[in-house]
Write a protein that binds this ligand. Structure first.
Ligand SMILES: N[C@@H](CCC(=O)N[C@@H](CS)C(=O)NCC(=O)O)C(=O)O
Length: 244
């Protein structure tokens, strides 16, 4: 490895950073930290919970950076430099920043293979895992977002449409969880005998059900899964941080 002035990265590795990488967007003093320890950007009680549980399950070494949604910190210039989408979570790694929960979960599973958080050697099961996570991301999370983020889809002033979107959340969330319960959840874990990042993700979203006026007890497998998840050390730690 060609030596550089940096104690951890080779010249080639430093060259790989682009203007999109955190190295160009944080102070030089942060460089060492980014190189050695991942930074997990999150906000309380959000979808960040899924990836944070996975990081704990993996035994990953990472620092936490909390964003305050009450002051719209996700739209601050500092954070937009990390994630121009203005959303959480984001994971800063030595290679650069990753956003989107399904992508972060796969990155964690592949980076920490010993934790066995994904069926890394089974292409079909891996695809099933992706299908599950992408359904949560593209459909279930979006259902839920209609409750308080209706102004993503209609104008701010259009309160009638926003109220109509909010009113439908209990129905769309219940429909999605009916599908998950009946068709997508193998048991005892989402993918069957082996725990995976899917379990972290569906647990996170199941914590939203009560607030979405959906009774988790209507979904016995999910309810049982939720209770078993809460017994895991990773989940106890993360739910403690988020107060959920
Ligand atoms: N598809 C993204 C969605 C991320 C997302 O929308 N996160 C919400 C929190 S649950 C957020 O950051 N909202 C901030 C906002 O809308 O301003 C993912 O799965 O990571």
């Amino acid at each position: 490895m060609e030596k550089s002035s940096h104690p951890y990265l080779s010249v080639n590795e430093i060259d790989k950073f682009t203007h999109n990488d955190i190295v160009y967007k944080t102070k030089v003093s942060n460089l060492l930290k980014v190189a050695q320890t991942m930074i997990f950007y999150y906000a309380l009680k959000t979808v960040s919970v899924a990836s944070q549980i996975a990081l704990e399950e993996a035994g990953a070494d990472y620092d936490l950076h909390e964003l305050d949604f009450s002051t719209t910190e996700q739209q601050s210039n500092d954070y937009l430099n990390v994630n121009p989408k203005g959303r959480v979570p984001a994971l800063a790694t030595k290679h650069g920043i990753i956003t989107e929960t399904p992508a972060i979960l796969v990155y964690i599973a592949q980076t920490y293979p010993k934790a066995k958080l994904a069926p890394l050697n089974d292409h079909f099961q891996f695809a099933k895992m992706q299908a599950f996570n992408n359904y949560l991301s593209s459909t279930v999370h979006v259902n839920h977002a209609h409750k308080i983020r209706g102004n993503r889809w209609v104008e701010d002033e259009d309160k009638v449409s926003q109220a109509a979107m909010k009113a439908k959340v209990p129905k769309t969330m219940a429909e999605s969880f009916t599908l998950i319960e009946k068709e997508m959840f193998s048991g005892p874990w989402v993918l069957g005998e082996n725990f995976s990042v899917c379990d972290c993700y569906v647990f996170c979203i199941s914590t939203w059900l009560a607030g979405d006026k959906v009774n988790i007890e209507d979904f016995p497998k999910i309810h049982n899964h939720h209770k078993r998840m809460r017994q895991r050390e990773s989940v106890k730690k993360v739910t403690g941080i988020h107060g959920i």
